[in-house]
Design a protein around this ligand. Sequence first.
Ligand code: GLV
Length: 338
Amino acid sequence: MRRAPVLVARAVFPEVVARLSQHFDVESNPEDRIFDKPTLSARLAGKAGAFTTGSERIDAEVLDAHPQLRVVANMAVGYNNFDIPACTARGVLATNTPDVLTETTADFGFALMMAAARRMAESEHFLRRGEWTKWAYDMFTGSDVHGATLGILGMGRIGQGIARRGALGFGMKVIYHNRSRLTPDQEAPVGARYVDKATLLGEADHLVLVLPYSAASHHTIGAAELALMKPTATLTNVARGGIVDDAALAVALRERRIAAAALDVFEGEPRVHPELLTVPNVVLTPHIASATVATRRKMAELAADNLIAALTGGTPPTPINPEVLRDGRLPPPRTGRG
Ligand code: GLV
């Protein structure tokens, strides 16, 4: 039987490409070119499935140009690069990689928050510049993490992981805001208190953003929200660029309206707002919160599991739009779409 053609749109572990090649006719991208929209579309010609990352946008236009495409498997938990309603309307299965990265990403979010609170990047840059000539009582004094109030915006799996670290490891008080309130059973182990967004902004000593990006969460944190925060507070974003108005944040940091920030994600990344590059009180990392070898392997394997199951009559483990499945399986392709 002819093997289904699939595109692996970015470089990924060769073992995972080899595994996919046992099932499919794989076109891969070992040189890791970033495909612009026309190139992505050209590469998708004739493909039944695609292994993607956050850098490939799958929207109605792409789907309409490729009616044979049946599954798009993102190697990421976030999927704002997919137009999910457009996929669902066309019967295209979209999958992501939840759970396998929760603890790793929570580790990193917590580390970034600590780095901002204790001014780690700023003081390291000072040392590297050769400016450390003496001890001083007020040199790089920051704010405590232990016993402080941890604010979490977006209390999903990763948010709860960060809350656990704060409450159980550092004796932090946890407050949070989310689209929906957790159950008492979920709140109790970390003593999490549900508050409205304004209270969260006003009370948090360290605010961590872990909410998904959507049009509704665009610039959730802008100048007005930053103005509600304590001048001693820190802001950490391990969610998505665009949730924070980076220009407004750079101004707030420069004017010390908040003490510090830590960002792993940026509006329009890998471009970083030039003002953020010049303010000292921000820790900047290149979207690496899930980047441990073990976790990146699990993410790649899970994306491959989804692709293989979807196209070989199995049950994809982590569908985003399970409504396109029938009895847990992707129905056979219809000829023509419309
Ligand atoms: C990374 O940002 C992810 O969504 O997995």
